[in-house]
Design a binder for this molecule. Structure first.
Ligand SMILES: NC(=O)c1ccc[n+]([C@@H]2O[C@H](COP(=O)([O-])OP(=O)(O)OC[C@H]3O[C@@H](n4cnc5c(N)ncnc54)[C@H](OP(=O)(O)O)[C@@H]3O)[C@@H](O)[C@H]2O)c1
Length: 260
């Protein structure tokens, strides 16, 4: 077996669905019904024992909840060696903590994903511990690239990443909610207002990504003097708005540092 998983929950499934060739995949999952479901849906081998994965897979995704990491580590630590690479997607677990838990030999990669990975539109930041083979970092970039965008960064940037793309889906959903509520206040039905807000958020992100346009230029371009967007932006461009967004990210980054 080449690729393994400790934990086969929601995020693990997002990663699994991005793997083109699943013949060499083995997943350890405690919940039997979940293991059966994934084996059936994706044709992968499953087990209820993390040790089976540790004994066979070369590249292993650690995809359990943070509170379960130590229990997994205690079981697999004696089995993990230098020919293997552990790829942790666990929020807040630093490379130093992973090293302490999983031992000195195994190579380590830390990933900060976000939940859009489950819709193949995730944002994953990747950082590798020293001496992790470059081919394994490339393999992880390739796999996660199938579930969205990736960026390789130093671990010093991970609190900022956690604040921006890790926690970001909630912030954009909050903005969508505010837009939809604004639409309802103007007389739209809630479902219609949500569709309008969501598709506009999605379409704007898609256009900006595809065009690569400068954000300031884009905003200036759509704010025709005397037009409707300019009238709306009169309220939104209040400096308080950017201050609130900056404080939001700062608070999340501070919490990420505290939890690490
Ligand atoms: N969801 C997000 O948006 C997001 C974003 C960034 C990072 N992450 C990180 O991704 C990780 C996974 O999150 P998730 O939402 O996919 O969690 P999840 O759906 O709860 O999946 C974890 C699975 O692992 C199983 N498990 C726990 N201990 C095990 C063991 N010893 N052996 C085998 N299976 C075991 C759990 O079973 P039980 O339920 O029985 O414990 C559960 O089915 C978390 O560490 C989280 O920090 C998530």
């Amino acid at each position: 077996m080449d690729i393994g998983f400790f934990g086969a929950g929601k995020m693990a499934e997002g990663i699994l669905s991005a793997i083109a060739d699943r013949k060499g995949v083995i997943m350890a999952e405690k919940v039997e019904s979940r293991a059966v479901e994934l084996a059936k849906r994706y044709g992968v081998v499953t087990t209820d024992d993390v040790k089976t994965v540790a004994a066979t897979a070369k590249l292993i995704f650690l995809a359990v909840r943070p509170q379960d990491v130590d229990a997994v580590a205690a079981e697999v630590r004696p089995l993990l060696g230098a020919r293997q690479t552990l790829v942790s997607i666990v929020a807040g677990k630093t490379l130093a903590k992973l090293r302490k838990a999983f031992g000195a030999k195994v190579n380590l990669i830390r990933v900060m994903p976000n939940l859009a990975l489950r819709s193949k539109a995730g944002m994953c930041a990747i950082c590798a511990a020293p001496k992790t083979p470059a081919r394994d970092v490339k393999a992880v970039e390739r796999i996660l690239g199938g579930a969205g965008a990736t960026v390789v960064l130093g671990e010093k940037d991970f609190d900022a990443v956690t604040a921006l793309s890790g926690s970001g889906p909630a912030y954009f959903a909050y903005m969508e909610q505010a837009m939809a509520e604004g639409g309802v206040a103007l007389g739209l039905k809630p479902a219609v207002a949500r569709l309008l807000a969501e598709q506009t958020m999605y379409g704007t992100a898609k256009f900006l990504r595809e065009s690569g346009m400068d954000l300031g230029e884009f905003i200036a371009g759509v704010c025709t003097k005397g037009g409707t967007t300019a009238a709306g932006m009169e309220s939104l461009s209040n400096p308080q708005f950017k201050k609130i967004v900056a404080a939001t990210l700062k608070g999340a980054a501070r919490r990420s540092k505290e939890l690490a």
